[in-house]
Design a protein around this ligand. Sequence first.
Ligand code: PLP
Length: 388
Amino acid sequence: MSGSRIYMDWNATAPLSSDARSACLSALDLIGNPSSVHGEGRAVRTLIENARRDVAGLCGAKAASVIFTSGATEAANLVLTPDFRMGRTPLKIGKLYASAIEHPAVREGGRFPREALSEIPVTSAGVVDLHALRELLAAHDRALGLPMVAVMLVNNETGIIQPVAAIAEIVRTVGGILVVDAVQAAGRTPLAIEDLGADFLILSSHKIGGPKGAGALVARGEVMMPAPLIRGGGQEKGHRSGTENPVAIAGFAAAARKVGVDVAARMAPITALRDSLEREMQAAAADVVIHGRDVSRVGNTIFFTLPGLKAETGQIAFDLEGVALSAGSACSSGKVGRSHVLTAMGYDPRQGALRISIGETTSEAEIERCAAAFAKVAARRRMPGQAA
Ligand code: PLP
């Protein structure tokens, strides 16, 4: 990236951290297959098992409960299935209740058939509606199997922190399974699988400064597990076959070690920068709407709507000013889709919203330049009633 550009899209992918980069580079030179019993194989096996401990440490889990995958999407597809096992006994999951603001990786429902999917609404503040969840679960037909609930700890668009411990309490009363997408929470808010009361957590390497193409499904225990998604040689204790990717896993672990410690202290300067940018944005355009400002949010995200500026247009305008940010939910095609999160919160999604997301290496100078770009874009927008 040219020195004159500023990257403010950390929720889409965080830049590779220097620790992760070095870990990836050294892993590249290991030649063994981790399943081989010779010294070369054992060296890679050691790297992977150490990495498993690091990733477990990020979320207070046991190393044995971490299953490495190719990313969060695969982890979601592994765990979101009607077919579970409790030890050797098959366990049927009847329905998946996923919140309306889940990332498509979860919202698509994994291996559940469409008719087994049910949506949990959110309030206009962007928080999962606990009352609605209680009602949905009370009406759950247990003859179909157990209920599974999937919610994210932190929303990728708004940065809003969801009340997962309270959700866990509700799920527990009906004997359901709770899956928590912690992709955007890792490193940004304290993350402990026990405290959250989650049965499974989903993690992604590239959102925390690791390389793309690695992630994990983390279980609270080891007894209740989903049927494998990828079958073959039985790696990852049979939960995910295929030779592990030591390079990506090493980078993921290095990133996890870095972001997992002292989260509050690490986030404090980032939050201060975010807050100062929000103040400057409001000074430049008093009508800017910052979504989720009144509820608990992670400190790196600003999700905003500027009246009179369509998200697609805004994204291009910022890009031309040298600022990389996101509009709505960027799909794989690069097309800007209407934000299902805004829709779920009851906003008219046609205008959309823009997302600024920052991180560890964001500087004060970059915040200043972003604020200046914002002021320029805000001044140029076409206000309602103005001629084209
Ligand atoms: N869940 C959330 C909340 C995300 O933000 C993302 C990535 O955008 C994913 C899941 C998917 O992660 P991955 O790219 O590792 O498949």
